[in-house]
Design a protein around this ligand. Structure first.
Ligand SMILES: Cc1cc2nc3c(=O)[nH]c(=O)nc-3n(C[C@H](O)[C@H](O)[C@H](O)COP(=O)(O)OP(=O)(O)OC[C@H]3O[C@@H](n4cnc5c(N)ncnc54)[C@H](O)[C@@H]3O)c2cc1C
Length: 345
């Protein structure tokens, strides 16, 4: 099986690789019913359940947020409770609800209810995680905007990345500040950005960029590049090559950024435990310092600080099923888990 190295959630690469694995399994063991599941954005379709996904998230009100740690503790950890009512449609529950509602009435009345979506919460199970679509910190967005072509900052609009995979309003053109806030990763820098900046650089900047990319754009084989990118976020690189950054056309620059990815949080409550249609998350804030300035994790601090109480956060369910599905297991099915872990910065 070919080794596929990825950085972050590079879904086109993940999909291509998992397809190769599934095709190989299907050839080697045709009797196996091979399916994709965990963390797949189309998992709802794959499991036959409907509900929000990363392209059509549910905007869940945050009802409770309280610290689990003391202010003096080194790391802040938060307990959050989200309201998931109305977030999903579960066929089984819809059918049983229809039976209850139908009572002694006519079969046609019962059929009508059986087909109507039941306004219930996403049905989660222990071990499931909630995918959260965060936004970048406004200060981080402002810092990046200050380093780009000023003419583009107020006028540029573009459809968000991944728009091809999404339908509806998310595919509409958005202004640059919104694109940077909600759709682009401002943390990890792709080597291609340095290559792009080099084409717009002059003098000492061009020489420094050339020295970084001359060994190739792969951090695994270009130690100089790896060392430079280690511990530098987008804002640090744009600052280092300020003249080139201002000259670089914004659409080209955006094409070198990664789409902002959802973060996953294990649901830390049993179904119905915190409220009938809600769930709890336990979130540890990520805070660190780089080049003398404090930095924050995107999603953990979004949840801990930026989202207002009673405000909403876009979420979708990431199921571990069919691992916990007894009927599925009873058929003698097996799960293969492909789990990748790489240390970050
Ligand atoms: C299935 C699953 C379940 C999870 N469940 C939970 C959960 O229940 N609770 C929970 O808190 N988290 C959980 N996580 C982790 C969570 O998804 C996020 O990864 C975590 O909250 C950090 O995300 P963030 O957006 O805040 O940070 P990011 O914005 O992703 O920030 C991390 C960035 O900071 C950099 N960084 C971090 N520390 C330093 C440092 N000291 N110096 C330099 N750079 C640094 C990293 O390299 C990275 O670029 C889970 C993850 C998965 C996959």
């Amino acid at each position: 099986m070919p080794l596929q190295l990825i950085d972050g959630e590079d879904w086109p690469a993940i999909r291509a690789w998992t397809k190769t694995v599934c095709d190989a399994l299907a050839t080697l063991a045709p009797a196996l019913d091979v399916r994709l599941d965990y963390l797949d954005p189309n998992v709802a379709a794959a499991t036959g359940a409907s509900g929000p996904d990363r392209h059509r998230p549910f905007h869940a009100p945050v009802l409770v947020r309280r610290p689990l740690t003391a202010p003096s503790d080194e790391r802040a950890v938060w307990h959050l409770e989200l309201d998931l009512s109305g977030s999903g449609y579960d066929e089984t529950k819809a059918r049983s609800r229809a039976r209850v509602l139908g009572g002694g009435r006519s079969p046609s009345h019962l059929a009508e209810h059986a087909q109507a979506p039941a306004p219930i919460s996403i049905a989660y199970e222990p071990g499931d995680a909630l995918g959260v679509l965060p936004t970048n910190a406004p200060a981080d967005v402002a810092a990046v905007l200050r380093l780009l072509d000023p003419a583009a900052v107020h006028t540029f609009t573009m459809a968000p990345p991944l728009a091809a995979e999404a339908d509806g309003p998310r595919a509409a053109p958005l202004p640059l500040p919104t694109l940077l806030a909600a759709h682009y990763d401002l943390k990890a820098v792709r080597p291609e950005l340095l290559d792009l900046l080099a084409t717009h650089a002059g003098g000492a900047e061009r020489d420094r960029l050339a020295a970084l990319v001359t060994g190739g754009l792969t951090v695994k084989t270009n130690g100089t590049l790896a060392e430079y990118l280690h511990g530098r976020e987008l804002v640090d690189v744009l600052r280092d090559f300020g003249a080139a950054a201002v000259r670089t056309p914004v659409p080209d620059l955006l094409s070198c950024l990664r789409p902002l990815q959802p973060r996953y949080y294990s649901i830390s409550s049993a179904p119905g435990a915190v409220r009938p249609d809600g769930c709890a998350l336990t979130v540890a804030e990520v805070r660190y310092e780089l080049h003398g300035t404090p930095r924050t994790g995107v999603a953990s601090v979004h949840l801990a600080e930026r989202v207002q109480l009673r405000g909403t956060v876009p979420v979708f369910l990431s199921r571990v099923r069919p691992k916990h599905d007894a009927a599925w297991r009873a058929k003698g099915n097996l799960n293969f888990f492909c789990f990748c872990w790489a240390p970050s910065a």
